[in-house]
Design a protein around this ligand. Structure first.
Ligand SMILES: C[S@@+](CC[C@H](N)C(=O)[O-])C[C@H]1O[C@@H](n2cnc3c(N)ncnc32)[C@H](O)[C@@H]1O
Length: 264
């Protein structure tokens, strides 16, 4: 007869996911679209100076890869490199993908399931709705741990800040930011990310690149970004993790927000 003895110290505490968006086909489409909008805005898929590394052949990790749009694009372009994507939901393709791309189901709140110094390049994008402030810090430290000493880590986020807000946009933003704050989400996250990066003594050469986009008509990037924000706002509402009491006018507010910027 066998038995298992478990003490408190031996138990690895499992952290619960508290992602505020959802996991369905519509969300996969939204995330694909978001990738191409941001590629248009930045005129590229990444900012770190890694083209030579990727061309020569390195190991790359995408943390919270979603449907894998970024990794599938990069894997196709840089065939000497190996790309690993991890996500807590299986949004990514299981069979139709380049041979140098693989995916793994994993909750990053439990750390990253890799040994130290495994990757030359570690990227994480659009995780604002997945992490509390404390979790940001530990995930960043994990990214540093699994990245080689002379490698690169890259983090990309979009702060929820709009300028020149008209009344309906102001109301919509207030409803969203109040609700997100209630759920512990920092809506202006990039200053904290910089603080966490600066606090990690293993990092050097920290570069912060920002872009401001004029929303609305007359600018292709602004028009694309406005549509992407609209889709994001709808997705937040439809995920049902927010607005438990319902906001009857939420859909109308989103339409008014788009209209207000189109008129500017
Ligand atoms: C907005 S999507 C970003 C997808 C991708 N990074 C991109 O740039 O297109 C956020 C992703 O984080 C994933 N996620 C949320 N919480 C997570 C967790 N605790 N561990 C791993 N992935 C998580 C979600 O499933 C979702 O795919």
């Amino acid at each position: 007869m066998g038995f298992t003895r478990t003490t408190r110290n031996q138990q690895k505490r499992q952290s619960l996911i508290h992602y505020l968006l959802t996991y369905n086909d519509e969300e996969i489409d939204r995330t694909h679209n978001q990738h191409y909008v941001y590629r248009e805005i930045w005129s590229d898929d990444f900012s770190a100076p890694v083209i030579d590394l990727l061309t020569g052949g390195v190991n790359v990790l995408d943390v919270g890869c979603g449907p894998g749009t970024w990794i599938l694009e990069l894997g196709t372009k840089y065939q000497n490199s190996n790309f690993k994507g991890i996500d807590v939901f299986p949004l990514y393709p299981s069979t139709i993908k380049p041979q140098n791309v693989s995916f793994e189901l994993h909750n990053i709140l439990n750390g990253l399931p890799f040994e130290d110094n495994k990757f030359e390049y570690v990227i994480m994008r659009f995780m604002m709705f997945a992490l509390s402030l404390k979790e940001w810090e530990s995930v960043i430290n994990e990214m540093v741990r699994v990245c080689k000493p002379d490698g690169w880590i890259e983090i990309m986020e979009d702060d929820l800040v709009l300028h020149n807000m008209r009344p309906r946009t102001g109301l919509l933003m207030k409803i969203i930011t109040d609700e997100l704050k209630r759920k512990g989400v920092e809506t202006v996250i990039t200053p904290y990310i910089l603080d966490f990066l600066n606090a990690n003594t293993e990092l050097s050469n920290i570069v912060n690149r920002k872009k401001f986009i004029k929303l609305g008509k007359g600018d292709k990037k602004g028009e694309l970004h406005l549509e992407s924000l609209k889709w994001g706002a709808k997705s937040l509402f439809e995920s049902k993790h927010l607005f438990e009491n319902g906001v009857a006018t939420y859909d109308e507010l989103i339409e008014d927000f788009v209209q207000e910027y189109k008129e500017q």
